[in-house]
Design a protein. Sequence first.
Length: 231
Amino acid sequence: MKISSSLSLILSMDTVSNYESVVKPKLEPKNIWWERFERSSRLKQYRVHRANGISQRVAVKMVDVPRSTLQEWARWGEHLDDDPLVISFFDSPQRVAFLHRFTTALHFVFIKHCTTGIRNIPIFLELSGLDKYIASSYKTQQQINLSVQKAIIEYAENEREKLAVSMEEKEITTAQDENFAGKAPCLVAIELVSDFILLEQRAEGRDAETWNTTMNEAMKGRDWCPIQRTD
């Protein structure tokens, strides 16, 4: 499957939701925290109502947001040091969704494909000027990366089940290795021709019996038959 297709499916899992760019209304009785997409969407609805001649009082009730909160949202771009056209360009629900997709793609390519590390993402956002619109702190980008990683794992599990049905019988050679990050080793096995990860699992031991058990479990439902392995 092409990288673009894989990324589209991963993005459809709503991976990027933990952004710092939310607004906490000062006068909310329930102390609501508004997601940036929701904020932009309701502000757009309010502006449409006002443009259609609806009074401010009625428009506020229609979007179900306090007037003081809407005024605060409307002043969002005043403190930004950027071209007004650029600011207005990013201040819409569709552009917020684009920024989410863009950030997810950055993590998917920079970290998962190029292994450049999370710290390069804030640098890229700052140099491109997008740090005005995307929360660029290391902590936030770390949260986003965890969301992307979780989505990739879920995507892999779903694809394994679907592809196993149409998988042809095949003899394969596996490369096996053991990674250590903590007390328990992580057993890893890869099919050499395709680089497909057959196994990536923490185990209590690394003896032959543990390897055989975990490999047999990983190969369940697949018609691939490992005939040889290399370390």
